[in-house]
Design a binder for this molecule. Structure first.
Ligand SMILES: [Zn+2]
Ligand SMILES: [Zn+2]
Ligand SMILES: [Zn+2]
Ligand SMILES: [Zn+2]
Ligand SMILES: [Zn+2]
Ligand SMILES: [Zn+2]
Ligand SMILES: [Zn+2]
Length: 1822
């Protein structure tokens, strides 16, 4: 208040101003900018503080209209020159020539689309509107969620190869491209005035926003009235977490958490927030406090900087607020007229700023000021640029030049900045540099390539040490901060990539372009030279290395660089002169590397047959010197080689043209050898590593070698090395080349003949090592000779090489699309043609639930080469085994012949000399000889394998040459002498040394090939060869027949053994049949049990009443095995060791018919006794079906909790486990399914009563329905009467206590015959038969489970005596049955179809348990419940019913039926002996005779409840529920019973005064039959498990479509009348009719029917399903992008929109804005929602991530694959691939079933067991 008075009344102040005069004053001075600016400045400074005075009371939303009125409106009037600004702006708008570029600026999370077919680069994107109306919708589009920057490129011809315009932006006319800027259309006067005000304001804004001084304004803005108030301003950074900021705020400004969260959210969004106001000293104190609390040591010695807080003078803040508004106003004006927008943009690019200390143009200054601004201010500026400049091609050109000019300074700012790149001006590069015409222009005219690369080098200078990158962690100079700066600098490399996106055609390369490209290239080469040779390793020979050396840094940079490596090489290859220049410079740089050790040459004598010479080789031993795998310069050189081939240029030629470094050897040959050496070193390093020589060098080296060949790095490492070796091998004399290699691999000794001599040979270890190294040597030689799939190295194109790659991947087995992509180089994955290439070589095969796999086509298996260079050792073995297996299965020979490679490029052909040079022939012979020798220490089958490949390769070449009419000359050399290769091969065939069958067949293959090729080239010796051939063929045939014989014998033997085994197995089963059955699941037992019924299959099974099917045979005993102690056990009444099932009890809303209602207090909910008809909350029980002894389980569980408590004590953290001990959870010891209780396993209920029933006459008791009803009614009346008299005395407080009437007093009121029967009906329940009492152990388990159900179902503490315990028991049974019925209905399965064992077990056990539990509980309580429940139905209107009894429309009848059936036998039971006495001993035996078993009582109750249910369906029906159309045939069959039912229908509706319905009687009957089906089905299940009477077989097969048959069968089975009308007239008595009348007319019914806003539950009860998701995923993500947080309108984008799949509500999850309190816990929106919607358990869809989320029990959750699949049948969690996604119905259905069967908690537990890292997620925050 104080502040307000200080400034006086606002409206009063402004009313004194003459606005007309002010404006005309401005207008007059418009030509004189000095005086104009002066006037405007004065106006602002004098008036601003009247409307903006930062203070706690200052609500910005309220002040806004005043600012608009007194400032911006004024400006608008001034610009327009009149007061009708809107009209003028409209006129201006009409002058626009509408832009064809859409330019919609994206919000965070908004879906954006690029087209794999048509986007020029992935940065070219469309907004959803444009996308939906573009041709790309039918293309291979890619969807991503925007990171909140960028705009729609629709209409930009540079962005699209095709489909430039969507149908919305399609230009009407083909406008000429030289369209004048819209600003030229502006009227001169408007333009002049607008210019004046724009210039003034943009200067003003810039100056004010970037003020460095905090204490006072620049003098020219200072107003006369001065206040001494300051503002404490908190700024955003990206170091501190939300939590840190919130706790700092709560501590320092002592506010509530809510306010702290609000401030933190605001700071994060806007970049700064005012947190206090007042005198400077106070503000400073606060600043200090915050700084102190937020600066902390990070533990690694460095100190985390504190939050930025500034204390700023009130008036400065006011001006800054105004400046921000002015920016928004600019944006607003921009929307009104393109002319004004362009005017503003071009002014800002051309006019220099006018305020002091700045010199550049407005736009430059603002870009440079970017990092000084806070987030909100930055974003506004950027949006202004984006809408204005980037949409106009001319302005964009100009802007890009300015951008390049300030680029180095922007980089420097960006690297030091602490904001995300998306809030930096640097981010504009993606909009500018990706446009290829702009990029070319900038390269040619502004040398941008050099500028960008130079900036990068500049920004990572601090990482360099002696001109090399130094990534060493222990280097102190690279502090925390340095690391951060370096990471930010890496972003700059993206800009290089953007510039090089499209390769310019040859004619674009004028001299300026060439020059500037080479300038850029020079910096790239510099950069590579910094990486060249870093992280070198030295072999550790003594001790193991002490610490792992750093290796990630260099590989990280390598990966970043590989993005620009390829494009650079491609650009170089376009023009010969550039290519040569690049080569020259690279070689110079390599040769001038300083820190490589000086080269030492040595001379080795090489003496092999036919070749004896001395060769100069480089003396550099890899096993004792340092080696680096980062030879970046060599690899760049390698990258140039294919280009050189294309232009027919040789290395020799180029090198002889360029000077070598002085002092270096000068022969070209030596220079080439020098180039080769570092590459060979890397190969030898890997070879030695494989041979185990580098074991002591630790993981760092293992990782380096792994990544060298890994798919992410190999293109620029391994592949390049191979290319360079190939190129060099083609230019060096072959023998010399091999000598270099042999020397480097250290094999000079190994190649000597005497090496094999035992006396001279080295130790065994060394022999093995050397053998592996020799193998690696041969692999290198084979690789360079057979890898010809790089374009311009071999005669192939890119497609061939991709094909070959894919073929080799698929040779290891079929792959899904994403698996395939994971193994391919990124560039290839992003190719549009990828799919068509894949489909050329592979077939799509559909496997389970929509997934698709690629399988290699038959004809491509020939391409397989086990030595494919991208295979690792494991892939090689895997693929080899698979291929051998495949051949075996196809009955082919187990041989993998080497594939025939394509031809080398003609410039590479000389490399083939290697195959036939003397050294090579010698080496081949050496390996063959050693293999063949009787004793050889160095023979190696692996070497033989490779040598055979080499020989095959030579033979292929020989063949090729022959076909070309030439002679290759290998064969001649290979057969020349007596011990020739040919002879050796022949000998080897007969040698026993080659053992493995695949190797033998390969040998055979090669030899056969040899004979054929030899025959081909040398026909002169034909006959001799023919003989060889003949002998060979016949021999191999013989071998074959022999093999076949052997195989036949083996097969016979196998068959015989198998038969024997089968026989024995059968015998075993026969003898152990009992055991065998028991180990199977429970359902089997049930089937067995029902089979033993001695019922005539002809008679129909009836479950209830006098006529129910008798079970006379003795009950078979079921035995189970305890999974814990493995002991067998009878399930029987007398068993002292009861058994239990692992089970899980949960609250459930799955069946709820009303999602708008929720249960606040569960205790009160169950208090009402009657279960609501809308089923909003229930208790569900499930089990995994695993059985244990009760005490075994008890011991196991105690041990488990003990262990976990101890562990938790140690961890002291929050509980991280897939189960929650606090909630008594555990995982089943066998299958790890979640459980929280154990369900007692009980024998069949008939077991309890069969004996007493046999001795009792009650079976013959007949008592009519009306007499029975009459008796019950009397009982209830008498019981309640007492209550009423009591109540009259009492106050209005409603407290009833029933005193159920004893049987004798009821029978006294009856006619004698009736009384006798009535008594007989109940009497036998109370026979005290000691044989039928339940033993203590069973009682204990039953009571325990009852308590558990109560605890979990009510969220309550343990309380044995709680009145709700029995109720929960009945509810859990009824609800579980009902859920099963719903699930069956959803899956369209027959009612009694074979359920999964666990479900069957569950239903059997829960029903038996509920029946037994009723007997075990306090009789008084049960009696009390029984009377209450009965009172709802049996009292007619004459009796006063209980006040709180709901109308029959409001209760669920099945949930009424179950407790009534179970509790009725207890109704007249003797009172409990005082419970205090009972505890004294084991005297109280629970009589099992009171267990309900489906006698006449049950039958009558079912009849009664069913009648009520029919009345329910009649009253709840509405016109649309009943089919009214003409049913031609069936309608005719409408008969008398239909008429009768229709009469009742109309009559009851009249009674209740519900609107009449026009319908045919037949239709009414159909409706009712259909509506009661769920109830009948549930009852069918219930009585089946209660009575064990098996249902009619037909019910096991019926599907829902046959519901009328099902109706007939079920009513028969349940002993209900077939004709529903008969329900209402039993024995022509009016008792039932009277009851119906009372149900329809009593007060509660009136209440129900008159109730507003609550609809009556309809019948049949519908099966719930999860919220319907749209088919097209784009619809989902689009709706999510428009969703904003409901709690915080300021934050217009919700971070994580999350859709509840149960009710469809969209939530703002995982944000502070929507957190709620849940008990002591503060939880996220999803967790809070799920408490209400799913009683704690729920399923969500997160559209942005395309991911399902499941939550359960507040602290647990998991992610789950979504039901959306792409064309490859794969899901895409997190939108990593971005392929078009569509809903998979099958998956959605499975999800629905999962939900309906209450499987979420168990799914979560399983997922958490598998993904242990999810345990760390704080799910409650979601
Ligand atoms: Zn658009
Ligand atoms: Zn468009
Ligand atoms: Zn397209
Ligand atoms: Zn056991
Ligand atoms: Zn289990
Ligand atoms: Zn919901
Ligand atoms: Zn929110």
């Amino acid at each position: 208040m104080e502040v307000l008075t200080a400034f006086g009344d606002v409206s009063d102040h402004f009313s004194q101003l003459d606005f007309d005069k002010i404006i005309s004053d401005w207008t007059d001075s418009v030509d004189n900018s000095e005086s104009f600016n002066e006037k405007l400045r004065n106006y602002i400074k004098n008036n601003i503080l009247k409307v903006l005075h930062p203070s706690p009371e200052c609500d910005l939303n309220v002040e806004e209209p005043k600012i608009d009125t007194y400032f911006f409106k004024l400006f608008e009037v001034f610009i327009c020159g009149n007061k009708e600004t809107e009209k003028t702006f409209n006129e201006l708008k009409n002058l626009d020539s509408p832009s064809v570029i859409c330019g919609k600026v994206f919000k965070t999370g908004e879906p954006v689309y690029s087209c794999r077919d048509c986007s020029v680069d992935p940065a070219c994107v469309l907004c959803i509107k444009c996308f939906n109306s573009s041709i790309h919708k039918k293309h291979h589009y890619k969807i991503t969620a925007s990171s909140g920057c960028g705009y729609c490129d629709c209409g930009d011809p540079e962005a699209w190869k095709d489909g430039v315009y969507c149908s919305l932006h399609e230009p009407k006319l083909k406008s000429d491209s030289n369209k004048p800027l819209a600003m030229d259309n502006l009227p001169e006067e408007v333009k002049k005035r607008a210019t004046a005000i724009f210039l003034f304001l943009s200067n003003y804004i810039l100056e004010i926003l970037t003020i460095k001084e905090n204490d006072c304004l620049p003098e020219r803005y200072q107003a006369l009235a001065k206040s001494e108030n300051f503002v404490t301003m908190l700024y955003n950074d990206e170091i501190h977490t939300y939590e840190q900021v919130i706790s700092a705020l709560m501590k320092s400004i002592k506010c509530e958490q809510k306010r702290a969260v609000d401030i933190a959210t605001f700071v994060d969004k806007e970049g700064r927030a005012a947190i206090s106001f007042g005198p400077k000293a106070n503000c400073l104190r606060l600043k200090e406090e915050i700084e102190k609390t937020t600066a902390r040591s990070t533990g690694q010695g460095s100190i985390q900087p504190s939050l930025l807080v500034k204390v700023i003078h009130n008036s400065i803040v006011a001006h800054q607020m105004f400046a921000m508004r002015a920016l928004s106003w600019f944006l607003n004006i921009a929307g009104k007229s393109d002319g004004l927008l362009h005017l503003f943009c071009s002014l800002s690019m051309t006019s220099p700023v006018t305020y002091p200390n700045a010199t550049e143009t407005i736009i430059e200054e603002s870009m440079l000021a970017d990092t000084d601004l806070w987030k909100g201010a930055r974003l506004l500026c950027h949006e202004l640029f984006m809408t204005g400049i980037l949409k106009n091609i001319d302005l964009k050109h100009k802007f890009s030049k300015i951008f390049v000019k300030v680029y180095p300074r922007l980089c420097a700012d960006f690297v030091m900045d602490d904001h995300h790149r998306s809030v930096s001006t640097m981010n504009f590069s993606v909009q500018l540099l990706t446009v290829s015409t702009l990029a070319r222009m900038l390269i040619r005219e502004d040398n941008v390539l050099e500028i960008v690369l130079k900036s990068f080098i500049e920004e990572c200078k601090h990482k360099l040490k002696d001109d090399k990158f130094n990534f060493d962690r222990n280097d102190r100079s690279s502090s925390n901060n340095g690391q951060l700066r370096y990471r930010r600098a890496l972003y700059i490399l993206y800009d290089v990539k953007y510039l090089l996106i499209t390769v310019p055609s040859e004619d674009e390369w004028d001299s300026a372009f060439c020059q500037n490209f080479i300038n850029g290239l020079n910096y790239l080469l510099d950069l590579l030279s910094y990486l060249h040779g870093v992280d070198s390793v030295k072999r550790q020979t003594g001790a193991h290395i002490e610490y792992e050396s750093e290796w990630e840094g260099a590989f990280g940079l390598q990966i970043k660089l590989s993005d620009i490596f390829g494009p650079f090489l491609e650009w170089c290859s376009v023009k010969t002169c550039v290519l040569e220049e690049a080569f020259k410079r690279t070689v110079n740089l390599i040769e001038s590397q300083k820190n490589t050790p000086s080269v030492v040459w040595k001379t080795i004598p090489l003496q092999v047959a036919g070749f004896e010479d001395e060769i100069h080789v480089v003396d550099y031993d890899v096993s004792t010197h340092k080696v680096s795998v980062h030879i970046a310069l060599h690899r760049f050189l390698a990258g140039l080689c294919p280009g050189l081939n294309a232009y027919n240029i040789t290395l020799t030629e180029l090198l002889s043209r360029s000077e070598s470094r002085p002092g270096l050897c000068d022969s070209v040959k030596s220079r080439i050898a020098l180039l080769l050496d570092p590459v060979l070193r890397v190969q030898v390093l890997i070879a030695q590593h494989r041979a185990g020589m580098w074991r002591r060098n630790g993981f760092s080296l293992i990782n380096q070698i792994y990544f060298y060949r890994n798919v992410r790095c190999r293109t620029e490492m391994q592949d390049k090395d191979v290319i360079l070796v190939q190129k060099i091998a083609a230019e060096l004399p072959p023998n010399e080349f091999l000598a270099h290699c042999l020397n480097k691999y250290g094999l000079l000794n190994w190649i000597k003949q005497e090496y094999d001599d035992v006396r001279t040979a080295p130790s065994e270890d060394r022999v093995v090592q050397t053998s592996v190294i020799a193998e690696e040597f041969f692999i290198l030689i084979l690789t360079i000779l057979s890898e010809r799939f790089t374009p311009n190295m071999g005669c192939v194109d890119k497609k061939d090489s991709i094909k070959r790659e894919i073929i080799h991947l698929l040779c290891s087995g079929p792959l899904s699309h994403s698996e395939l992509c994971k193994s391919l180089v990124e560039d290839i994955c992003n190719m549009t043609e990828l799919e068509s290439i894949v489909l050329e070589v592979a077939d799509k095969k559909k496997i389970s639930s929509g997934k698709i796999e690629y399988c290699l086509k038959q004809e491509y298996y020939d391409w397989y080469n086990p030595f494919f260079y991208h295979y690792g050792k494991t892939e090689q073995t895997k693929s080899e085994q698979r291929q051998l297996k495949r051949r075996k299965e196809a009955n082919e020979e187990e041989c993998l012949p080497p594939p025939k490679p394509p031809k080398f490029h003609k410039n590479m052909e000389s490399i083939l000399e290697l195959l036939k040079c003397d050294v090579m022939i010698y080496l081949q012979k050496l390996v063959l000889e050693r293999m063949e020798a009787k004793r050889s220490r160095s023979a190696s089958e692996n070497q033989l394998h490779i040598v055979l490949h080499l020989i095959a390769l030579s033979l292929y070449e020989e063949e090729n040459a022959h076909n070309d009419g030439k002679c290759f000359g290998y064969v001649k050399k290979a057969v020349s002498e007596p011990s020739s290769i040919y002879q050796l091969l022949k000998k080897l065939l007969d040698s026993p040394n080659v053992k493995s069958p695949p190797m033998r067949s390969l040998l055979t293959f090669v030899f056969k090939k040899f004979i054929i090729v030899r025959h081909l080239v040398d026909s002169s010796i034909g006959s001799k060869i023919d003989k060889d051939l003949e002998r060979f063929l016949s021999q191999s045939d013989k071998e074959k027949t022999e093999q076949k014989k052997k195989a036949d014998i083996a097969a016979k033997r196998r068959r015989r053994i198998l038969e024997q085994m089968n026989k024995r197995q059968k015998e075993f089963i026969q003898s152990n049949i009992e055991l065998f059955r028991k180990t199977k699941s429970g359902s089997q037992d049930e089937i067995m049990e029902t089979d033993t019924l001695t019922t005539d299959s002809e008679t129909f099974h009836v479950a209830l009443g006098d006529d129910r099917t008798h079970i006379t045979s003795p009950v078979s005993v079921v035995r189970k095995i305890c999974i814990l102690c493995q002991e067998e056990q009878d399930i029987s009444i007398s068993s002292k060791k009861p058994m239990v099932l692992c089970s899980y009890v949960q609250k459930s809303t799955v069946l709820s018919q009303n999602r708008t209602k929720c249960v606040q207090k569960i205790g009160a909910y169950y208090e009402s006794v009657f279960f609501p008809a809308d089923l909003i909350l229930g208790t569900h029980v499930s089990t995994c079906g695993h059985v244990m002894h009760a005490d075994c389980w008890q011991n196991w569980y105690e041990a488990l909790t003990h262990r976990d408590r101890r562990r938790m004590g140690r961890l002291r953290g929050p509980h991280h486990s897939s189960y929650d001990i606090e909630k008594r959870e555990y995982l089943c010891p066998l299958c790890e399914t979640l459980g929280n209780s154990v369900l007692p396993l009980l024998p069949k209920l008939t077991y309890f009563t069969s004996q007493s029933r046999q001795n009792n006459a009650t079976f013959g008791v007949s008592l009519s329905m009306s007499d029975w009803l009459d008796g019950l009614r009397k009982t209830v009346q008498n019981s309640i009467q007492k209550e009423r008299s009591q109540q009259n005395n009492d106050s209005d407080e409603f407290s009833i206590f029933f005193v159920p009437c004893p049987l004798s007093s009821i029978t006294r009121l009856m006619a004698e015959s009736v009384a006798k029967n009535f008594q007989a009906l109940f009497e036998y329940y109370y026979d005290m038969d000691p044989a039928l009492s339940l033993n203590d152990e069973t009682v204990q388990m039953v009571s325990k489970f009852a308590l558990d159900v109560y605890i979990h179902g009510c969220d309550a503490e343990a309380d044995d005596n709680n009145r709700n315990v029995p109720l929960l028991t009945w509810v859990s049974a009824a609800y579980t049955i009902m859920s099963t019925e719903h699930l069956l209905r959803y899956s369209n399965q027959p009612l009694f179809s074979t359920l999964p064992a666990r479900q069957e077990d569950c239903l059997v056990s829960i029903v038996r348990y509920a029946a037994v539990a009723t007997v075990v509980m306090q009789k008084n309580l049960i009696k009390d419940y029984c009377v209450r429940l009965l009172s709802a139905l049996v009292c007619d209107s004459a009796d006063k019913r209980l006040r709180k009894t709901p109308s029959i429309l409001d209760m669920d009848m099945f949930h009424l039926l179950v407790p009534l059936v179970l509790s009725l036998p207890t109704l007249y039971a003797e009172e409990d002996v005082s419970s205090a006495q009972a505890t004294g001993g084991t005297e109280t035996k629970f009589q099992s005779s009171r267990i309900a078993t489906g006698d006449l009582n049950s039958k009558h109750i079912l009849n009664l409840v069913f009648t009520a249910h029919v009345v329910q369906t009649i009253l709840s029906a509405s016109q649309e529920d009943i089919y009214c159309g003409e049913d031609s045939m069936d309608a005719q069959s409408s008969d008398e019973k239909g008429e009768k039912l229709a009469d009742i229908f109309m009559h009851l509706r009249n009674l209740a005064q519900v609107p009449t319905i026009e319908a045919k009687s037949w239709n009414i009957e159909k409706y009712i039959q259909k509506a009661v089906m769920p109830f009948l089905r549930c009852s069918g299940l219930f009585f089946h498990y209660l009575t064990s009477v098996s249902p009619p077989d037909l019910l096991k097969e019926l599907h829902q479509t046959e519901s009328s048959i099902e109706f007939e069968l079920l009513t028969k089975y349940l002993a209900l009348p077939q004709n529903l009308a008969d329900l209402f007239h039993p024995e022509d008595n009016e008792v039932v009719q009277n009851l119906c009348k009372s149900w329809c007319t009593d007060d509660s019914m009136k209440e129900t029917l008159n109730r507003v806003n609550h609809t009556i539950v309809k019948h049949p009860i519908k099966v719930n399903s999860l919220f319907d998701l749209p088919d097209d995923y784009t619809d989902v993500i689009n709706s999510a992008s428009t969703f904003s947080c409901p709690n915080n309108k300021e934050v217009d984008d919700a971070r994580t929109p999350t859709m509840c799949l149960i009710c469809g509500q969209m939530l703002c999850s995982h944000g502070y804005c929507c957190q709620e309190h849940l008990g002591k816990l503060i939880v996220g929106a999803a967790t809070a929602h799920v408490q209400i919607c799913g009683s704690g358990t729920g399923m969500f869809f997160r559209p942005r991530e395309c991911q399902l989320l499941m939550l359960s029990g507040k602290v647990k959750g998991c992610f789950y694959p979504p039901p959306y699949l792409d064309a490859y049948g794969e899901t895409d969690s997190g939108l990593r691939r971005g392929n078009p996604l569509f809903l998979c119905q099958q998956r959605l259905k499975n999800l629905n079933k999962l939900w309906l069967r209450h499987g979420i908690p168990e799914t979560i537990a399983h997922s958490l067991e598998v993904n242990t890292n999810w345990l760390d997620i704080e799910w409650f925050n979601l």
